[in-house]
Design a protein around this ligand. Structure first.
Ligand SMILES: CCc1ccc([C@H](C)CC(=O)N[C@@H]2O[C@H](CO)[C@@H](O)[C@H](O)[C@H]2O)cc1
Length: 821
């Protein structure tokens, strides 16, 4: 029985060493002396993977036999991060593996650095899905994550002459040891063509879809092991391929391109991740991608149900499916299509099953991010789905009409179809009508959801709305990222239970005044800052001093996140240090990280300005030693693991009402950084949890923002009323940061003075005074350390384990199913 053979599943040092040597030989086909770094990594990865498989197969078998209620997470993005270190931690064998490596003359750190992280996501939404998969397994909840196996993930970001340059992400070039292709688990996905009615053998009117194109989706399975448990869940990602990958007829006529045309067209569907997070892209390929993984996933769920449970009327008892934003919203219509067209159910029972299966999470209020698709495209690409959406809408509006006595305006607002010069399908409405639960991702966000974009739905169905504030995985963002802090926390707690119950860290409160512990605490932070400094010097040649205050803003570049507000403060500081010899605040290193969507010009200009300011400031001997500015390239999970532990100050400065939740705010606070932030998203709940006295608050509230905008916001008035601010904007306009080119940053300064849609100028003064307060507090290291300890002590609520527990109890009604080791 392989699952008992120690060389395949043993966790001892000897077993790991033997397995590694075997895998290097039998899988990589290499003798040690000629093995490449990738061979070594692959051999190590397969050694660890073997130890996952036993738990994974046992889990799958048990869930199947027990017919356990299963959560299916449908997400177009999963920002998983590197697997090897995470699985070593979850198996509890990191130190054993390190020793085994040493005895084989290998450096585990080097092996870990070899792994290309699977960047199958853009930012917050994608990483949340990964944290949730980790917490579902750790919480022993049977779950399947469904998504797309992009051949190319989020682009690698290079900085050339201060500008972002996108490099394609060849994460699969050396193969992926963590996935198992399932060529036998494939499903046809239809596009184009037309539908036609027919009578089935029972004389019932049925519809068949005659597609113009059929592609196949092939499952690629990755085990997701929980921490400290034997439970392992499934991440099933779909790859597109042609039903016929080679057209021999075309080939024999010498038309080589046509011979492979179908193959190329089909594979394009899962070729690349759309690198936009927020502005929706109305591209046909994007809709094709969304339908592709939704159709494969729903067909797979129906197959599993028929195989393990039986008749479909109990489908919604076996499965509950979470829609991660609107990207998988087509699942509502697709399940209806399968129940109606392939299983001959009548509309009502089919709708009852569908409506009891889906729940929907909204992650943004930004109008430009709410997906709508032109009817014309739907008609052409997904004719059968559109018919079903029309019928869903007809029945829905009938219900609304009865409820609101033909209130035409309300009906038009609620309709799944947006009328107008181009008629469009509102995907958020399809998701909302097809779901039994709708949730936001932080308290303020959920309230705004109820009073703005989903107001009519909330008035219609108030009980369907829930709030589940986001959380992050303490395994990835403390145990993996900050080993030193993890060791210190374990020594304080006396065990590692805090890794599965983060509220156990509350006992740190008792050490908040302990000067000895302060020393340990500061040592851990300094070591993390030192590690970042060494990595940065090796990667970019830029030197930073760990003794300075590390002020970090790391997240996607977006005007609502206001990286440019941070920059105005820096330019102000630079100008004052040069002009006023008395003004010598504690030395700071400003670190930025984040990718801009390639088509988002203003975001790319902000990256250029950050690098332009860095060049001038870092090159100016007058301010050297006082301030330094660095843009850390290619912010992703791997670089995040270096930045979160090293930050003293976490910048969470979005305009109130714009950041749905934020999750970086939680990761920084979990690693002892203090937050400067607005009352936006989860900042509000973090501040309430850690204590207002341990949080640096500034800026307009969401209500004040709405009021200022209602009163007519005139940014140029603020410019004229604040000489320091005017000087700063004029400096940026002067060409100082552009080798004299006065035009380069004009679009940015002009936007600020004319529109300033995210009220940067309105919050500038409050932000600067808050930063001045921070300078004072930072100089009182006992006070700063105390605040830092209390942030970690009180951050337990923001574990994704708590968020998943809330989803499980309030929405999914799923129970943990422990698997015995
Ligand atoms: C269609 C293009 C597109 C792609 C991604 C998205 C995501 C919803 C954007 C996103 O990542 N939103 C972030 O989700 C996080 C997890 O809930 C929140 O913490 C962030 O506040 C939110 O911006 C919108 C539109």
């Amino acid at each position: 029985q392989p699952v008992t053979d120690p060389t395949r599943i043993g966790l001892t040092k000897e077993a790991l060493k033997q397995a590694f040597v075997d895998n290097l030989f039998y899988i990589q086909g290499r003798f040690r002396d000629v093995a490449t770094a990738n061979d070594i990594y692959m051999a190590a990865a397969f050694t660890v993977r073997d130890r996952l498989l036993a738990r994974w197969l046992k889990s799958a078998q048990h869930f199947k036999e027990s017919g356990a209620r299963t959560l299916c997470y449908l997400s177009a993005e999963y920002l998983l991060g590197p697997h090897l270190i995470n699985n070593l931690i979850n198996l509890g064998i990191l130190e054993t593996a390190r020793e085994a490596g040493e005895e084989l003359g290998l450096d585990l750190g080097e092996i870990l650095a070899t792994e290309e992280e699977p960047g199958l996501g853009n930012g917050g939404l994608g990483r949340l899905a990964a944290c949730f998969m980790d917490s579902l397994a750790t919480g022993q909840i049977p779950a399947i994550g469904y998504g797309i196996r992009y051949e190319f993930g989020i682009f690698d970001q290079a900085i050339e002459n201060g500008w972002q340059v996108e490099k394609s992400d060849t994460w699969l070039k050396n193969g992926n040891p963590w996935e198992i292709p399932r060529p036998k688990i494939t499903f046809p996905v239809r596009y184009f063509g037309h539908t036609e009615p027919y009578q089935d053998e029972q004389g019932r009117l049925r519809i068949r879809w005659i597609p113009g194109l059929v592609v196949e989706g092939v499952a690629h399975d990755t085990p997701i092991l929980g921490y400290g448990v034997a439970n392992a869940n499934l991440l099933r990602l779909w790859k597109a391929q042609a039903t016929e990958s080679f057209d021999f007829q075309a080939f024999s006529t010498g038309d080589y391109y046509r011979a492979v045309q179908a193959k190329i067209e089909a594979e394009t569907i899962s070729k690349v991740l759309y690198p936009n997070d927020e502005p929706a892209v109305g591209k046909e390929l994007r809709l094709k991608q969304q339908y592709f993984f939704v159709s494969c996933s729903i067909q797979d769920m129906v197959r599993l149900h028929l195989a393990t449970v039986g008749p479909l009327d109990t489908f919604a008892d076996k499965f509950v499916a979470q829609l991660n934003d609107t990207h998988p919203a087509l699942a509502v219509a697709e399940l209806m299509r399968i129940l109606l067209d392939e299983h001959g159910l009548a509309w009502e029972p089919a709708w009852d099953i569908t409506h009891r299966t889906f729940a929907f999470t909204n992650h943004t209020l930004l109008p430009e991010a709410l997906e709508t698709w032109p009817i014309e495209l739907f008609e052409r690409l997904l004719p059968r789905l559109l018919e079903i959406i029309y019928e869903i809408n007809r029945r829905f509006l009938d219900e609304v009409r009865v409820r609101y006595l033909a209130d035409e305006a309300r009906i038009a607002r609620l309709s799944l179809i947006a009328e107008g010069e181009t008629r469009r399908v509102r995907m958020a409405h399809l998701a909302a009508v097809g779901s039994f639960a709708i949730n936001g991702v932080a308290a303020l966000h959920t309230d705004l959801l109820k009073t703005t974009v989903m107001r009519d739905f909330h008035e219609l169905w108030p009980d369907r709305f829930h709030n589940v504030t986001n959380g992050v995985s303490p395994r990835r963002f403390i145990v993996v990222s900050n080993r030193r802090l993890a060791r210190l926390l374990t020594s304080v707690c006396g065990n590692e239970d805090w890794m599965r119950d983060l509220t156990a860290l509350r006992r740190l409160e008792s050490l908040a005044e302990d000067q000895g512990f302060h020393e340990d605490w500061r040592r851990v932070k300094l070591a993390a800052k030192d590690q970042l400094a060494r990595w940065l010097a090796a990667k970019t040649g830029v030197r930073i001093d760990p003794q300075t205050l590390f002020d970090v803003q790391a997240k996607r570049i977006h005007e609502y996140k206001r990286q440019h507000l941070n920059l105005l403060h820096i330019v102000g500081l630079y100008q004052r240090i040069k002009q006023d010899a008395q003004f010598r605040p504690p030395p700071r290193t400003f670190l930025f990280g984040g990718k801009a969507a390639p088509s988002y010009a203003m975001a790319k200009l902000i990256i250029k300005l950050i690098n332009a300011v860095a060049e001038v400031v870092n090159g100016d001997p007058q301010v050297n030693g006082h301030i330094r500015v660095v843009f850390v390239p290619d912010f992703n999970v791997t670089t995040g693991q270096l930045l979160y532990p090293a930050a003293d100050l976490s910048e969470q400065i979005s305009l109130a009402g714009k950041e749905a939740s934020g999750t970086g705010n939680m990761k920084f606070a979990m690693n002892g950084a203090l937050t400067i932030g607005t009352l936006d998203g989860a900042n509000i709940e973090i501040r309430d949890a850690v204590g207002p006295e341990n949080f640096f608050l500034f800026g307009l509230t969401e209500a004040e923002v709405r009021q200022r905008q209602a009163d007519g916001y005139r940014p140029s008035d603020i410019y004229h009323g604040d000489p320091e601010l005017a000087t700063i904007i004029d400096l940026i306009d002067s060409g100082l940061f552009a080798h004299g080119d006065k035009t380069l940053f004009r679009p940015l300064t002009e936007n600020l003075l004319r529109h300033d849609p995210f009220m940067v100028l309105a919050d500038f003064r409050a932000y600067v005074s808050c930063q001045t307060l921070i300078d004072e507090v930072f100089q009182d290291s006992a006070r700063w350390t105390r605040m830092s300890i209390l942030n970690v002590a009180r951050i337990g609520h923001f574990s994704s384990d708590r968020a998943i527990r809330e989803y499980g109890e309030r929405i999914w009604k799923v129970e943990p199913v422990p698997i015995q080791v």
